[in-house]
Design a protein around this ligand. Structure first.
Ligand code: PEP
Ligand code: MN
Length: 364
């Protein structure tokens, strides 16, 4: 994909793009108050939703077009670009007409290729930056697909927003971060900035600072944090919004990690660690190969003796003892279990293949 770096969008954005503003625009006064409070802070772009995709009808669905003029006012107060969510042609047309600087596509839209394509058609030939939130479900292909569709109609000022993924079993977060997803996206799409939205990941303001720091630690390229002058009385996402004062504290306390280019002296130390890791990985692979060789011998023996491949008692005791040893050595139970299951699955497959069962194919 041909992508223009966020720093070259001509909007004064930095390598750590900081976006803030309320979940929803509620009134001219609310927007102007928040913009005044954020004026002079490190915030580089103002956000506000004016068309709100709500899960169930009946809750506040956004002010609509009327709020576009309020955003213009926020832009004048803060002297930064503004961004809104668009979900269909009429939104795109109204936002462009009102001079909105950057559009974003929400999680509930990214999930639907028909909707994404509709937005793309409305944007064909238009030079406007677009940020694409990850789809609700952890499907990297859908996220990538939306970026590709936009790029195909000529949008090359593209960024992604990581807002976490819905998971009914998740307790700690509103949307599970699955950090490997944004990292993988950055690897697949050369030059894309991925901005983290800790507000929709957290769902509650208490953990926004720590999620933000983790995003920076993972090398993400910026933050979009929902900010409201009176969060408790916000018309949407009240629990996860912070005041401009809190936002400033969060931003001031962030530790932006330095890059290797800024620290060339660290390269040789890191190289030494990496050589150790390379050697250990080679040894692990050799050990696995040896283990599977023994498994083949066991498979052959079972065939000769006409014994069943799967012996539940043996597997149970292997699982328990290895799990214990792994946990004792500081590995998590979750990691040990997935490792042991993968080994077991492969071992059963290998043994089964040694039994050389002749497949009978019945045509009728
Ligand atoms: C939002 O940014 O307010 C929003 C609706 O987010 P998401 O699409 O990530 O749910
Ligand atoms: Mn919100």
């Amino acid at each position: 994909m041909d992508i223009i770096d966020i720093k070259d969008w001509g909007l004064g954005l930095s390598e750590h793009t900081l976006i803030a503003g309320p979940c929803s625009a509620e009134s001219r006064q609310q927007i102007e108050t928040i913009a005044q409070d954020l004026k002079g802070s490190r915030v580089e772009m103002f956000r506000a939703g004016i068309w709100k995709p709500r899960t169930r009808p009946g809750s506040f669905e956004g002010i609509g077009k009327e709020a576009l003029a309020w955003l213009k006012s926020a832009k004048d107060i803060m002297n930064v670009p503004v961004t809104v969510e668009v979900a269909k042609t009429s939104h795109v047309e109204a936002a462009l007409k009102a001079g909105v600087d950057v559009l974003w596509i929400g999680a509930r839209t990214t999930v639907n290729p028909f909707s994404v394509q509709e937005i793309c058609e409305a944007l064909r030939g238009v030079d406007v930056p677009v940020m694409v939130k990850n789809p609700i479900n952890p499907d990297l292909q859908l996220w990538l697909g939306a970026l590709e569709r936009l790029n195909k109609v000529g949008i090359n000022k593209l960024a992604a927003i990581h807002r976490g993924f819905s998971d009914p079993y998740e307790k700690r977060y509103r949307n599970k971060p699955e950090w490997s997803m944004p990292i993988h996206l950055k690897r697949l799409v050369n030059g894309i900035s991925v901005i983290c939205d800790p507000s929709h990941i957290s769902g509650t303001r208490e953990i926004i600072a720590s999620v933000s720091q983790r995003a920076i630690n993972f090398g993400l390229d910026g933050l979009m944090i929902e900010t409201h002058h009176d969060p408790d009385n916000a018309w949407s996402d009240a629990k996860q919004q912070v005041t401009p004062d809190t936002l400033n504290i969060i931003l001031d306390n962030l530790n932006f990690r330095e890059t290797l280019e800024e620290h060339p002296e660290a390269i040789s130390t890191l190289d030494q660690f990496r050589q150790k890791i390379d050697l250990l990985d080679t040894q692990i692979i050799e050990l696995f190969a040896d283990r599977f060789q023994v498994i083949r011998q066991v498979g052959d023996y079972k065939r000769e003796q006409n014994l069943a491949v799967y012996q539940p008692d043996r597997w149970q005791s292997v699982m328990e003892s290895r799990l214990k040893s792994g946990v004792k050595k500081n590995m998590t139970e979750k990691f040990m279990k997935s490792l042991l299951f993968a080994i077991h699955e492969e071992s059963v497959k290998i043994q089964e293949s040694r039994l050389k069962v002749k497949e009978q194919v019945f045509k009728k």
